[in-house]
Design a protein around this ligand. Structure first.
Ligand SMILES: NC(=O)C1=CN([C@@H]2O[C@H](COP(=O)(O)OP(=O)(O)OC[C@H]3O[C@@H](n4cnc5c(N)ncnc54)[C@H](OP(=O)(O)O)[C@@H]3O)[C@@H](O)[C@H]2O)C=CC1
Ligand SMILES: O=C(CO)COP(=O)(O)O
Ligand SMILES: [Zn+2]
Length: 353
């Protein structure tokens, strides 16, 4: 008898466009969310978005509680939970980059409350996904969490955010190519759970972004539009899969390990982009897609070398040779690369000198 079942949890309202920040009140109303919200934000997003949105709520007769967090830590998640309980709020709104949104996501999961995502930076595909990522001891990768009930992405705000945040979001999407290669490999060799729909959506998202790379330029609001739609699509692929597999393979292992070895040196998306150049080479060799990935990254001003990441060559080698250990996720790295092989791929792809 066929007994498989699946739950795909997706946002109900996705609103993207110029000036849609002022529609957060309407979106919440449309979802029939009652009572007071708790806004979870961080310092700059508070100024550019959370305070004006709070004014819209006040004008509608709803007084939001606000927590401003400085760092993505479990202490911050605890603080948000405490404030939510003390203020008697009934839903959360994460307003900011990945830090604020992931903290709101994890807190809402714990509180069993709905939450809405209002990104102020198109910096990675966690803005829509059902995955939350907050450093936990040595662990840096995402865990299952609450997906947002709604996403409101104001392209006016996203276009004014620092350009490198947008190029990081693009690179996170471009890395879907190698994430899907790893997922297919793991399915063939380890029979891991696999969704052709999620894999196809993730790959197609990377393709569309690369095909539109010439629209991705600083100061162009259309760039924010193209990138945000890709981030949404990639987040949906993760929700369909019920895991981050469609958007996270060995290139993400490499990035998570860099986060431990060189904390804060580079943005998540930039690290996975450089990782993707190398893991594409490992999958397909010299004549494969690695050059196209490198050229697409270069064309949008994303880093393609260790030096551009601000990370030294030896740290790249250490991350490459150890990152297979950090998670139970089968990838092209198998049971690990030795130092010579790591140096070879990093040199041949120009990531190190
Ligand atoms: N859930 C998932 O699948 C994933 C989650 N992540 C998580 O996301 C976080 C990283 O995300 P990221 O967005 O880079 O980090 P942040 O939220 O820290 O934002 C990066 C920087 O951009 C600033 N900023 C945000 N929006 C604007 C704006 N509109 N204008 C000017 N500055 C702005 C922030 O300011 P300020 O410091 O004032 O807040 C911060 O300094 C990490 O915690 C990581 O673990 C990463 C990948 C995937
Ligand atoms: O960043 C992600 C997808 O782009 C999430 O992946 P991880 O599960 O590896 O954290
Ligand atoms: Zn990512």
């Amino acid at each position: 008898m066929f007994e498989k079942s699946t739950w795909i949890r997706l946002p109900r309202n996705v609103v993207v466009g110029h000036g849609v920040r002022s529609q957060v009140v309407d979106v919440v109303d449309d979802l029939h969310l009652q009572g007071r919200p708790l806004f979870v934000t961080s310092p700059t997003p508070r100024e550019v978005a959370a305070d004006p949105i709070a004014a819209d709520f006040e004008a509608a007769g709803i007084e939001p509680a606000i927590v401003t967090i400085e760092k993505a830590t479990f202490d911050a998640v605890e603080r948000v939970i405490e404030v939510a309980e003390a203020e008697g709020v009934s839903y959360l709104v994460g307003i900011g980059g990945g830090k604020a949104i992931d903290i709101a996501k994890l807190a809402s999961h714990h509180l069993e409350m709905g939450f809405c995502s209002v990104p102020t930076a198109a910096s990675h595909d966690g803005i829509v996904s059902n995955r939350g990522s907050v450093p936990d001891g040595d662990s840096r990768h995402s865990v299952a969490a609450e997906p947002p009930l709604a996403v409101v992405a104001d392209t006016g705000i996203l276009a004014e955010a620092p350009w490198e945040l947008t190029t990081a979001g693009c690179a996170d999407i471009i890395s879907n190519y190698t994430a899907v290669m790893d997922w297919r490999l793991a399915q063939r060799l380890q029979d891991v759970e696999y969704s052709e729909y999620a894999a196809a959506l993730s790959e197609m998202t990377a393709e569309i972004l690369v095909d539109n790379a010439d629209l991705i330029r600083p100061g162009l609001e259309e760039s924010a539009w193209v990138v945000t739609k890709a981030l949404m699509s990639s987040g949906v692929a993760m929700s369909i899969a019920g895991s981050s597999r469609p958007a996270s393979g060995a290139e993400h292992l490499f990035s998570h390990q860099l986060d431990r070895l060189a904390p804060g040196a580079a943005l998540h998306g930039h690290q996975v982009g450089v990782g993707s150049i190398m893991t594409a080479y490992l999958h397909q060799g010299a004549d494969g897609i690695w050059r196209a990935i490198r050229d697409a990254l270069a064309s949008i001003d994303a880093p393609t070398t260790a030096a551009e990441l601000g990370i030294d060559d030896e740290t790249v080698i250490e991350a490459l040779t150890t990152c297979h250990e950090i998670r139970d996720r089968y990838t092209i790295l198998g049971s690990g690369m030795n130092e010579r092989a790591a140096r070879d791929v990093a040199t041949k792809t120009g990531v190190i000198d």
